[in-house]
Design a protein around this ligand. Sequence first.
Ligand code: HEC
Length: 118
Amino acid sequence: MRPILMLSLLVLLTSSQYALADEVPLNEDAIERGKAIVFARSRGNCLACHAIKGGDLAGNYGPPLLLMKARYPKRADLRSKIWDASVREPTTRMPPYGRHRILTEDEIDLVVDFIHTL
Ligand code: HEC
């Protein structure tokens, strides 16, 4: 194969892999900060209702947060769930973290970074 062909193939392969991932590469710092918000009783307090890997004394009012990347391949869908769960589930008891400004937009981004790793 000609070098130029091989090069284009390589570019194509790596760029499509990137597109499939549908997001920026993992940012460990953001994930840790998101986890802190999720677990903090005075912030996300998500453990009050959800079992989450690594968290203690979880409630079971909501479903355990598992397989999030498989269930929400699009990050935007997971974000909108946390921003206002009642959009897709009108009778949900989950607090609308964005609509009620319980968390800031930046905090919600960090929360999504963490939740998407579960
Ligand atoms: C007062 C209880 C409560 C709290 C607090 C709560 N949730 Fe929920 N959550 C629920 C319930 C109930 C559901 C199931 C109904 C629904 O899908 O809206 C749910 C659903 C979800 C789902 C969808 C799960 C799935 O399997 O599709 C995600 C993701 C989620 N919550 C994330 C969070 C995050 C992140 C926090 C903290 C920032 C949080 N929740 C805080 C009650 C809660």
